[in-house]
Design a binder for this molecule. Structure first.
Ligand code: ZN
Length: 357
């Protein structure tokens, strides 16, 4: 009885919607920050994050030090870029928190108004969650090294710090919420909302952290924005500055993306005529009809496959799938199998799917 009541109370009214995007994150740093031996990819963690751009399924490749003599033996090290998406164990992304904060404090909107705005952006959220997110925003902004004692204790046992720096701007013209975090302890060191994202402003934030920390900042991970680069160069000249893999790939893929999009469009033109052959077989259930039906289904599903950019661009994926279908049709033609059964339609599938149709 109690169990069922509890479950009912806890049941969600709105289940988390399907993810529209999958992102796989690996650790940029793969050596143990303590003993410098390789950290193995030990297990994958998965979480869904609701962002302003839809629901993202994150797949995180968590690494752990395998050196039994190391202080960090078996302690998980999660991908640095995870922090860009959401706070630990949070369902709503940091961009939504930044959005709520910007709406509340810059545009002076009420909770119901912010709720309305988010709903109009197709984000499935309750009013109570908006209130919770605003509380998170307030907490974040006040984190900023105020929890002195606790943080100092954590860093005493750590030899170094790896900073991840990221700015979230929900809208052009809004203040940017800068979040700076240590990738080893997973602690947020500082979060601040500032209107300008100039190198000079960022330098002040990084300097504040540097002065506070009892251990050196060995490395910085960011999207490589020029103001961040300059600020890091000036305040932490000795630190290694690594571009986040995600941003790096996204930049690298830009020229390929355009070419792939074009190829995708052209390829789709070639197989537009999938409907007429499907219609022409009607309700027929003979072997040939089933064969045509399956080929049409194969073409159709390859058209809706969006691939997994940037590593598996949709145009290349489509080309691969269509080539397989064409090869298969060629085999049918060569083997002459349909010809034995029904001579007039021996090249029916190929004809049906040929560009002329
Ligand atoms: Zn170690």
């Amino acid at each position: 009885m109690w169990v069922s009541i509890t479950i009912q109370l806890m049941a969600r009214k709105n289940p988390v919607p399907q993810a529209s995007k999958k992102v796989v994150l690996d650790c940029i740093r793969q050596q143990c920050p303590n003993c410098a031996r390789p950290m193995w990819w030990d297990y994958s963690a998965s979480r869904k994050v609701r962002t302003l751009e839809g629901v993202i399924q994150l797949r995180l490749q968590v690494r752990r030090c395998q050196n039994k003599d190391c202080e960090r033996y078996h302690q998980p090290y999660r991908p640095e870029a995870e922090a860009k998406y959401a706070l630990p164990v949070h369902e709503f992304g940091l961009d939504i928190i930044a959005f709520c904060g910007a709406m509340r404090y810059q545009e002076h909107r009420s909770v119901p108004q912010i709720h309305q705005q988010l709903r109009s952006r197709k984000i499935n959220i309750s009013e109570r969650s908006v209130t919770n997110l605003l509380n998170r925003y307030d907490e974040l902004i006040s984190t900023s090294l105020t929890d002195n004692q606790r943080l100092r204790k954590i860093f005493q046992n750590q030899k170094q710090v790896i900073l991840s720096i990221d700015g979230l701007q929900p809208h052009v013209g809004h203040e940017v919420l800068w979040v700076i975090r240590d990738c080893i302890s997973e602690e947020i060191l500082l979060a601040r909302s500032i209107l300008s994202s100039s190198a000079a402003e960022l330098e002040l934030l990084i300097k504040e952290i540097k002065d506070f920390l009892p251990v050196p900042i060995e490395a910085v991970i960011s999207d490589g924005q020029s103001s961040i680069r300059k600020a890091v160069e000036n305040v932490l000249p000795a630190a290694v500055h690594q571009l986040c893999h995600f941003h790096y790939l996204r930049e690298a893929i830009k020229p390929i993306y355009e070419a792939d999009r074009h190829a995708n469009k052209e390829l789709k033109k070639l197989v537009r005529g999938v409907r007429p052959p499907e219609r022409s077989i009607g309700d027929r259930e003979d072997t040939e009809a089933n064969c045509i039906r399956k080929y049409c289904a194969a073409v159709r599903s390859s058209l809706t496959d969006r691939g997994e950019p940037p590593l598996k661009p949709p145009g290349i994926k489509l080309q691969e799938r269509l080539t397989k279908i064409a090869d298969s049709l060629e085999n049918v033609e060569k083997s002459g199998a349909p010809a034995r059964r029904k001579p007039p339609s021996k090249d029916a599938p190929r004809r049906a799917l040929s560009p002329k149709n």
